[in-house]
Write a protein that binds this ligand. Structure first.
Ligand SMILES: O=P(O)(O)OC[C@H]1O[C@H](OP(=O)(O)OP(=O)(O)O)[C@H](O)[C@@H]1O
Ligand SMILES: Nc1nc2[nH]cnc2c(=O)[nH]1
Length: 185
């Protein structure tokens, strides 16, 4: 086995489980219920933020019971690293935002620079309202703004580097069916 994959296997073997599959699925159900109540008559465009938002978006979308359009965008400031840098657009949205309500779905609100930049972009592009949903909100004092919050939050986690349910460790383990924290990080 290549040395890199041994390291990736070791990360999983030594990781701490923060939330089980059942706990994450229950959180997704709760978020879906809240979104169904709030956005049922808003005809929104729902954007998955790739790559991390893929699994949360996919699971959440099947539980939304009202008409919506779905698309994706790809902005990253981590690029498979474990600490963030400048925001880099890999794919800008193709759907028109003009006078539309928008729901942005991402995996994690950490410092919040990514979500803030995406929300600003949507507003500048003419969205009438921008809603945000994240699976995880990481608890610490380093938010891009002190009052920064997503409108819909699945679970709150401690200030550690986490992976699973779309979130990666060096590009791996987005497929892990639970939320895990890297040992020592
Ligand atoms: O709140 P922040 O500190 O800005 O971090 C959160 C962002 O970081 C991750 O994306 P990443 O740039 O790693 O890209 P990925 O989705 O392809 O993993 C995650 O998916 C969020 O979009
Ligand atoms: N996978 C992953 N991506 C992140 N982006 C910002 N914080 C995190 C984190 O804890 N895990």
């Amino acid at each position: 086995m290549p040395a890199n994959l041994e390291h990736i296997q070791q990360i999983m073997a030594e990781a701490d489980t923060l939330f089980s599959t059942e706990e994450v699925e229950a959180a997704i159900d709760r978020v879906a219920e809240q979104i169904n109540q709030k956005l049922f008559d808003s005809n929104p465009v729902v954007f998955c933020v790739m790559n991390g938002g893929l699994i949360f978006s996919g699971k959440l979308l099947t539980k939304l019971t009202f008409p919506l359009e779905q698309s994706y965008l790809h902005a990253s400031r981590y690029r498979n690293e474990t600490s963030g840098g400048e925001l880099f657009w890999k794919a800008k949205p193709e759907v028109s935002f003009m006078d539309r309500e928008v729901l942005i779905i991402d995996d994690i609100l950490d410092e919040g620079h990514t979500l803030t930049a995406i929300v600003d972009f949507c507003k500048r592009a003419g969205a009438s309202k921008v809603h945000t949903a994240v699976l995880m909100d990481k608890q610490h004092e380093r938010k891009a703004r002190p009052d920064l919050k997503a409108d819909f939050v699945g679970l709150y986690c401690e200030d550690r580097y986490i992976f699973g349910y779309g979130m990666d460790y060096k590009g791996y383990w987005r497929n892990a069916a639970g939320i895990y924290a890297v040992k020592g990080m």
